[in-house]
Write a protein that binds this ligand. Structure first.
Ligand SMILES: Nc1ncnc2c1ncn2[C@@H]1O[C@H](COP(=O)(O)OP(=O)(O)OP(=O)(O)O)[C@@H](O)[C@H]1O
Ligand SMILES: [Mg+2]
Length: 230
């Protein structure tokens, strides 16, 4: 399997030009094979979110290279990187950032509205299929504000998939949910991984979830402390 994401010699220093620069990622090398399901664990402040933001090209490393789908993002313009990100990566966060006064279906279609791309029948069918997969067909026309936390998170998952991304990056996607709902959301992510061969990289505090992944990476003080592949 080819590597879908590769980090080479990544360093991240916050506040580089201030009197108090802090290095939080140290010469880190890491690559992910396509279609795998990976978890990242580690103590609070160890650098997990920083790492995920660099992986997702939302933040730039101070030095080092990030390859997405074999393309060197360092050699690309800002616009080219945004385009690659929009086409390749979906994000799920702990707080789902749905628009409360929009319906579930409208929220799933939001990336199309934002990019002002037309909502064709094909796109609409995909949105409905995704809502079916996440088990929300019955409530697709409900306003987000009237849905439970777990339902809202499932809308966010469907939304992250609307562009058919090869990669999903998730930062504590179940951090906000009770253990039963966490289990359901996890099963759902696994199903998506198996159905669409989407690569998942998930930060989690939940050991139970981490242990079910194909690979567990533990970050400690900005370095890889453990890397276990099953
Ligand atoms: N914008 C920033 N400016 C300065 N320091 C930052 C910034 N963002 C994060 N840090 C610092 O970088 C370190 C790593 O933060 P990061 O958010 O990556 O940790 P984390 O492992 O995701 O923690 P948590 O589990 O609490 O979410 C922390 O010490 C944090 O204070
Ligand atoms: Mg974090």
């Amino acid at each position: 399997m080819p590597n879908i994401i590769e980090l080479k010699n990544i360093n991240k220093i916050y506040g580089e030009k201030t009197p108090n620069p802090t290095q939080v990622i140290f010469d880190l090398n890491l690559s992910f094979e396509a279609s795998t399901f990976n978890s990242i664990i580690g103590q609070s402040g160890s650098g997990k979110s920083t790492l995920l933001n660099i992986l997702g090209t939302l933040d730039k490393a101070t030095s080092g290279d990030v390859f997405i789908n074999q393309k060197d993002t360092q050699k690309m313009s800002k616009n080219q990187v945004s385009k690659l990100r929009n086409e390749t990566i979906g994000f799920i966060f702990q707080f789902h950032y749905l628009l409360p006064e929009f319906t579930a279906l409208e929220n799933v279609l939001l990336p199309y509205r934002i990019s002002k791309k037309p909502i064709t029948k094909e796109v609409m069918d995909r949105a409905l299929e995704l809502l079916e997969i996440v088990g929300l067909t019955k409530v697709k026309d409900n306003l987000a504000v009237n849905m439970s936390g777990g339902q809202q998170q499932r809308v966010a998952i469907a939304r992250s998939l609307i562009n058919n991304p090869k990669i999903i990056l998730a930062d504590e996607p179940t951090g906000n949910l009770d253990s039963d709902t966490t289990e359901q959301v996890y099963e759902l992510l696994r199903k998506i991984n198996e159905t669409y061969k989407t690569t998942f990289i998930i930060i989690t505090h939940d050991r139970h979830i981490a242990e079910k992944a194909d690979r567990i990476i533990e970050i400690k003080d900005g370095r890889i402390n453990l890397d276990i592949k099953k």
